[in-house]
Design a binder for this molecule. Sequence first.
Ligand SMILES: [Zn+2]
Length: 217
Amino acid sequence: MIDIKSVTVTELATNCYVVTDKATGDCAVIDPGELSPELDKTLSVIGYDKIRYILLTHGHYDHIGGTDAVLSKTGGKAEVAIGESDVPMLGDSFSNLSKFFSSSPLDSLKCNIALHDGDKITLGESVFNVIETPGHTKGSVCFICEDSIFSGDTLFYRSHGRTDFPTGSNMEMASSLKKLAALKGNYTVYPGHNITTTLEAERKYNPYIGSNYDNIY
Ligand SMILES: [Zn+2]
């Protein structure tokens, strides 16, 4: 069983999720766009020594900007994971957009794990399944744990992430949304921005998914 805490970070209101495996207290931080005072407080209560992973849904600065700050507070012990195709973005302020939108360009972040479709990340007694969902960026991934999907900037409440940044693709976004909609059963969807939703509601009401999407394009 996992516990999920959400902290909104950066001026773009990125949702950072702090996921704790209840059995062991082991913790994963998903998309620390910055180490804001609120996120620092949340992680301090859990204990930085319990943070095993920093999981990145993709390489944009508003999702990765706090990676080094969180990592150094763990004494460098947490492992940083990102989709393989987005690995270069960690060291490239152009493609991670920090050069344009942030006062502190990011050009030297590193990861320990390059993620691929079907990978599993074990956190205590819980497991994250990795799904590749290109479209917002080439290396965008979603993390599924129990009945939760951490969807990054792929699937949003009644919408999806932009496809006009470097390595984005409208066609790939369409097939990634189909891939998520085709998952069996229902999930709570924790997106990278905006409010939480459910996969069942998005199958029905998201205008970019399934038959709705086919009607538009
Ligand atoms: Zn993004």
